[in-house]
Design a protein around this ligand. Structure first.
Ligand code: DC
Length: 211
């Protein structure tokens, strides 16, 4: 399940995993956890070489239960801190460093290799697991995506969200290594006019059709 922020990937992926009794992996949380660790270590995020030099150090361990996704770094629970604005504002920079991606993609493949899983991210169908049985690319209008995100966060206006998301989307789509793009064989689903239940239903229908 790939797509830009606010397209509904997390809610849809978790809902589909729950409905089918599958595991769930949030790869964005892994990039956020790496970013949290870099910030805590005081690594200069303006220096990609400094990020690359340290990125093998933290143990990033995501849980795979769709009912209670967890993420730990060096055995510290970072599920809360990785959603804060400091990490959200810096994650695109860290995720653009090729060495970071090589390391986290390897971890993701280990987890996915155990099978029976719904995985959400930006490059799952293109890079991480091109042989996935079902590939979905979720989209939604910029306004709908900003509205959903600001409903999740307190103290954030739709306009401020839309500007911050546009900035992050540009960084994620234009970076050199594994940019956000639709995979060959993916089904594009525009969630703008749909409810969460309708999107989950559509994905479940695709899964049934394709597997
Ligand atoms: O889905 P999210 O907002 O939690 O993702 C956080 C950031 O991580 C996002 O700005 C892009 C990056 N990311 C990535 O580069 N590749 C992935 N597979 C998942 C996320």
């Amino acid at each position: 399940m790939d797509g830009p922020s606010g397209s509904g990937k997390s809610s849809v992926s978790r809902g589909v995993a729950r409905a089918l009794g599958l595991r769930y992996l949030d790869t964005g949380a892994m990039y956020r956890a790496m970013t949290w660790w870099m910030l805590r270590q005081g690594v200069d995020l303006a220096d990609p070489d400094a990020i690359a030099a340290r990125c093998a150090e933290p143990a990033v361990v995501p849980g795979t239960d769709p009912d209670g996704p967890t993420i730990r770094v060096d055995d510290v629970d970072v599920a809360g801190p990785i959603r804060e604005s400091e990490v959200t504002g810096a994650v695109s920079v860290v995720a653009a460093v090729p060495e970071v991606r090589t390391r986290l993609v390897a971890l993701q493949r280990e987890i996915i290799g155990e099978g029976d899983i719904v995985v959400e991210g930006r490059d799952i169908g293109t890079v991480v697991w091109p042989d996935a049985a079902v590939k979905v690319y979720l989209t939604a209008s910029a306004e709908a995506r900003a509205r959903r995100r600001s409903a999740e966060l307190t103290g954030s206006t739709v306009e401020a969200q839309q500007a911050a998301m546009a900035r992050r989307d540009t960084l994620d789509s234009t970076r050199k290594t594994d940019p956000l793009s639709m995979a060959a064989g993916a089904v594009e689903l525009d969630t703008t006019p749909l409810t969460l239940e309708e999107v989950i239903g559509e994905v479940l229908r695709l899964v049934k059709e394709r597997t």
